[in-house]
Structure formats: C-alpha cells, structure tokens
Design a protein around this ligand. Structure first.
Ligand SMILES: [Zn+2]
Length: 475
C-alpha cells in the first residue's frame, strides 16, 4: 500500500475507530506489533453507493484524464482498492454478491431475475444489530418489487414517467434518500443508494451532454443505443470511429453527471453533520464495453466489465492510501462488518479487507482465486495476470480462453492454444474445480430457498436484458 498523504492532516473523527487507531499506531511506530487501545465498537452509519455500469478506469482517481472530483475526494480521504473485480457483469447477480458476500455459484442468481430471498444480507445483519436500513435504487433489475426480499427496512425504487423508464440517474434517486435521512430516528443507518447514469442509453443531462456530443452530426442517435436493437449497430457498419468516440465521450459525461450528483450529496451529508460518523463505500456492479471486442454493453467477461471501482472513506476522512492487493465484491460484507466491530456471519465467502486498510502486508494472498460469473460464462484469475474464461454446458467447462493481462491488457490474444497458455489455463481450471468441490455443500445449503415472482419482462427488455433466464441455482 502506498500512503497518499500525511494521516495527521485528516479531520478528527468523532469516534475514532479501533481499526484506524491501529493504523495510526502502525504509522507512528513503524511496526504492527502494538495493539489498538480498547474501545467500544463504532456505531458508524454506512452509506453504500453503487453506480451501475461504472468502469473503474473512467474515474480520475483510477487514472482517467477526465475529472471525477467527488469520487476522487472519497479516495483521497480514504482508501482506494486498485484491483477490484466484480462477481458478475450484470446488475442483479452482482448486487446480490455485494450485499451477501456470496459468489454467484452459491446465491444462484446468474441473470437479471428477481432476487431469491437470501439467508442474510448486509441489511439484515445490520438491521438486527440496531441499524436503520434503507435502499434507494434506480429501478431496473433493482426495482423495489425485486429487492424487497433483501431485508431493508425501507425500499424505494425511482419510477419515472410512463414509457420513459431509462432515466434513473443519481440526481433523481437522491432526493428520496435525503428525505429519508431527515425523517429517520436516532439509530445509526445503513443507506444503500444505486443509480443508472452510465448505463445505456448514454444520454446525460444537457449540461454534460453538449460538450461531449456537439461535434457529432450523425447518423447515430445515442438515445436509441440500448435494448434489444443495440448490438446490431456494430455489425451493420453504423458504428465507426466517430461513433466509438461519441459513445466514449457520452459515457464519460454520464459518469461526470453522476459524480456531480454524488458531490452534492456529500455536501448534504456534511451539512447534517453525518459524514463525520459515516463509512462511505463507493463501487459499481460492473463496467461497460464501449466498442472494443466488437461489442457494446456488458454481460461477458472482459476487463472493461469486470474491473470496478472500490473506495472506502472512513469517518473523519483520514487518508489511508491505495491498496494494490487483489480484492473482489464478496469482500465488502466482511469488511464493513469488521470495520463496525460486528461478527461476520458463517459462510461469507469474501475476506475482511481491514487488515489491508491497516497496512498489514500479505493479509490477502496475491494469488488468491477470484471467480466471476454471468449466466453460464465464468472468468477465473489466480494472480500472475492470467485469466481463464470458459462457458459451462451442463455444468462442465467448454470453449476455454486464456489471456495474459499483464502482457495483453486489451485481451486480444487468446493463448489457450499455445503450450504455455494451455498449461496456465489448465492450472486455473484445476483451482476452480477444487474451489467448486470445496464449496458445493455450502452452496446447496444456501440455495435451498424458493424463488419469488416473475420479473417485469418489458422493463428488462428495454434495458437490453431480453431473453435472460436464470442460473437456477446450478452450475
Ligand atoms: Zn448493472
């Protein structure tokens, strides 16, 4: 981890967390041996912001040249995880992993179907510990009728005018969240906020759209670039270099619009003196392919889709730095609970990242196995920059590919047919099989629960999810 700044320059938190007190001891003493002073566990608020379809590499704190000052502020005043991958590349499965700490193979939701009722979620655990819980979402696969099984005390899904279901931006979701903050009681809160700004169609508010798109004279109408007619644009010649640039710029504009809304929300939290007692988590459920690989959208296993931002800002805004160790979405539940001093439920598949926050080198092995899955498509990485991608047919891997991401970050060169590539692929596949065998019994126990009602098929089709079925709890 590279410290970004002098921790002594940070604001003083109202209630110094034991975890970060330990970090301060580490900084001063230069050693990990001293114990943090005994303190009661912090009853911080938790704000989880999930910006749907937001690529990590389109945020300036991850190196993008276009500014995203609000997320940058969170990173500057907290910790940025450089190498975070999503457990899935579509909305519902990924969010279920974020909120349960379970892989897709265990929670069994591989597509955008309604959520099965899980044995526990971050909302149920915090609710039972005395936190007030609420979810404000941008509709889509996270519509209220689907996520009301996740245990939030309050669920509100933004619903726009009839026939205009795709404008679920952060600006439109946040007023309800602010209202809820003002009306809630005195207990600490867990607030989950989700919005769709960077999801297609790429058509932000005019203030952000004009600078990005004013140069383009057609023929493409970006407002039509979503839903079932989206993909053929790449095949019929409509989508050339100008269109690729247009889409990229409009996507950035969507991210910028969401960042501006987030910045205003952080100001609102500050005005209410809430930021000083709130652990803020910023992430995305998956990224987006913007014309590379002959594709637009998400739902495959490309790095543009899998690499997501993960930023934590602790109360007081003490700068922590950048963590380079490999992390993934299932780590969020144990990390948040650990930061709050709460017990992590049995069976959580992620690991507690707080040792990394405290600067404990080696707390997460560099070669840890990380598995992502969307429907029957699986991506596996195990350190060393290599990633295997394969499709499951009747639960068995077929059509495998192997990429060396260190040498070929654009995933242009499938090495699975070379001797070295085949060896690396086989090793990853063997590790995945071992992992599957070791988790199979617990997977089956977790999934022994009924599914709920059918999804809103028309709405899912408008989002480009036509024809999605479910994993149905089986690999
Ligand atoms: Zn999504």
């Amino acid at each position: 981890m590279r410290p970004r700044d002098d921790p002594s320059r940070a604001d003083t938190p109202r209630r110094a967390p034991a975890a970060l007190a330990a970090a301060a001891v580490l900084c001063v003493a230069g050693a990990c041996a001293r114990e943090a002073p005994a303190e009661p566990p912090p009853r911080w608020n938790v704000l989880l912001v999930s910006l749907d379809t937001c690529r990590a590499d389109r945020l300036s704190c991850y190196g993008h040249p276009r500014a995203t000052p609000a997320v940058d502020r969170l990173a500057r005043e907290g910790v940025l995880f450089r190498d975070c991958v999503a457990q899935s590349t579509i909305t519902a499965p990924s969010h279920l992993s974020i909120l349960t700490g379970q892989h897709v193979a265990r929670h069994g939701l591989g597509r955008n179907l309604p959520f099965p009722r899980p044995p526990y979620t971050l909302a149920t655990v915090l609710g039972e510990a005395g936190w007030e819980t609420a979810a404000f979402t941008g509709h889509g696969p996270l519509q209220a009728s689907s996520i009301d099984v996740l245990g939030f005390g309050t669920v509100e899904s933004w619903v726009g005018p009839p026939r205009a279901p795709l404008s679920r931006d952060l600006d439109e979701v946040l007023p309800g969240a602010v209202r809820w903050l003002d009306e809630r009681g005195d207990a600490p809160f867990f607030l989950f906020v989700h919005a769709f700004d960077p999801h297609c169609p790429y058509w932000p508010d005019e203030r952000f759209r004009e600078p990005a798109a004013a140069w383009y004279e057609g023929p493409l109408d970006p407002r039509a670039m979503c839903g079932p007619d989206f993909a053929p644009l790449l095949a019929d010649g409509t989508f050339g270099p100008d269109e690729k640039r247009l889409v990229s710029d409009l996507y950035d504009a969507e991210v910028a619009a969401a960042d501006a809304a987030l910045g205003r929300f952080l100001v609102e939290l500050d005005r209410r003196s809430l930021l000083a007692d709130t652990l803020v988590v910023f992430t995305s459920d998956h990224g987006e392919v913007l014309g590379d690989h002959g594709r637009l959208g998400h739902g495959r296993m490309y790095e543009e889709e899998l690499r997501v931002p993960l930023v934590l800002r602790f109360p007081g805004g003490r700068p922590v730095g950048v963590v380079e160790a490999p992390v993934q979405h299932v780590d969020l539940v144990p990390t948040v609970l650990s930061a709050l001093g709460l017990a992590v439920p049995d069976g959580v598949q992620g690991v507690d990242l707080m040792p990394l926050v405290r600067g404990e080198a080696g707390a997460v092995p560099a070669d840890r196995l990380r598995v992502s899955r969307t429907a029957d498509l699986v991506g596996v990485r195990g350190g060393g920059g290599e990633k295997a991608v394969f499709e499951l047919v009747d639960g068995e891997p077929t059509a495998g590919r192997l990429f060396d991401l260190a040498r070929d970050p654009g995933e242009l060169d499938d090495l699975s047919a070379t001797p070295a590539g085949r060896g690396a692929y086989d090793r990853l596949l063997a590790r995945w099989r071992d992992w599957k065998a070791a988790t199979a019994e617990a997977d089956a126990r977790w999934r022994g629960r009924p599914r709920d009602a059918a999804p809103d098929a028309e709405m899912l089709q408008a989002l480009g999810y036509a024809g999605d079925g479910g994993v149905d709890g089986e690999d």
